[in-house]
Design a binder for this molecule. Structure first.
Ligand code: SME
Length: 161
């Protein structure tokens, strides 16, 4: 497919996700390289939604290690159970955090980050990665983000062999 996204500005957030997800699928189908696919996915999410920070943390040797992302530089390694990302990994479930200051143990990579959603990617019932999206606004994520980012996580799971 052409390396250009179709993004209609007037759509609702849910409609934007519905427009974007098939394009991410088309962009990554047939490409076996995990980093290339993650890199384009983070670029596509940033381009579509203007997220403050969006990126992958990959499970490596019992830690989360920073992968492809868009946004300011971030923490490189996160321990199991630590911060929102480590908690999402430990619980193998999505965490929606409307105010990061209220989340015990939140890791502040940037003091501008105010709310966050973290979605685990599971392969064979094991978390292999978490997708982390941060906003510089409070309460910026909702059930629509959860639903469609979880759908995206199912696609991303296929990139892990
Ligand atoms: N805030 C995250 C750490 C990652 S960064 O914000 C990019 C956390 O608490 O897990």
């Amino acid at each position: 497919m052409a390396e250009e996204l179709i993004l209609d500005a007037q759509l609702t957030k849910a409609e934007k996700y519905r427009q974007l997800l098939p394009q991410i699928e088309a962009l990554t189908t047939g490409e076996p390289d995990l980093v290339a696919n993650l890199a384009n996915t983070m670029g596509a999410l940033k381009q579509a939604f203007g997220f403050f920070w969006v990126g992958a943390y990959l499970v490596k040797d019992n830690e989360l290690v920073l992968g492809p992302f868009q946004g300011p530089i971030a923490c490189t390694r996160i321990r199991h159970g630590k911060g929102v990302c480590g908690a999402s990994w430990a619980q193998a479930k999505t965490l929606l955090v409307p105010d990061v200051e209220q989340f015990p143990g939140h890791i502040a990579c940037s003091s501008d980050s105010k709310s966050e959603i973290v979605v685990p990617v599971l392969k064979d019932n094991q978390v292999v990665m978490v997708l982390d999206v941060d906003s510089n606004q409070l309460n910026d994520f909702d059930q629509d983000d959860q639903r469609y980012l979880e759908e995206l996580a199912q696609l991303m799971a296929q990139w892990f062999v």
